[in-house]
Write a protein that binds this ligand. Structure first.
Ligand SMILES: [Zn+2]
Length: 125
């Protein structure tokens, strides 16, 4: 298993252990220099009540970004737990803004498969 898959599996565990009743479950892990600095799940499926960053951020990636003082330059792993239904496979516009704001150098987006995790996209922001 690659380092990326191990980190994605950590994000998946965060998503799957989220006990909130959510339609879609996501997990995110923030990594800098090989060290995991924050893990978070989503806490709602939209940002409709988000007013101010960071206290009311609700997606896994923005929740993870809000957990540490300075996430600048981290790498972000996001995993969508398999739902069997359509779900967005990329960070939403709000999270993309946060990702850009903190100069997250790379974002890996995975999804759960019956046998583990699969890389969906890999991008420089
Ligand atoms: Zn988002």
């Amino acid at each position: 298993m690659s380092r990326h898959q191990r980190l994605a599996n950590q994000a998946l565990r965060v998503a799957l252990t989220n006990i909130e009743d959510l339609r879609y479950k996501f997990g995110a892990v923030l990594v800098r220099k090989g060290k995991v600095l924050a893990k978070a799940s989503n806490t709602s499926k939209t940002h409709t009540i988000v007013v101010n960053y960071p206290r009311q951020s609700l997606h896994a990636e923005s929740n993870a970004l809000s957990k540490i003082d300075d996430p600048t330059g981290c790498t972000l792993y996001i995993v969508r737990a398999r739902s069997g239904k359509f779900a967005p496979s990329r960070p939403c516009p709000f999270c993309r803004k946060l990702i850009a704001k903190f100069k997250i150098d790379k974002v890996y987006f995975f999804e759960e498969t019956p046998t583990g995790v699969r890389l969906v996209s890999e991008r420089l922001i």
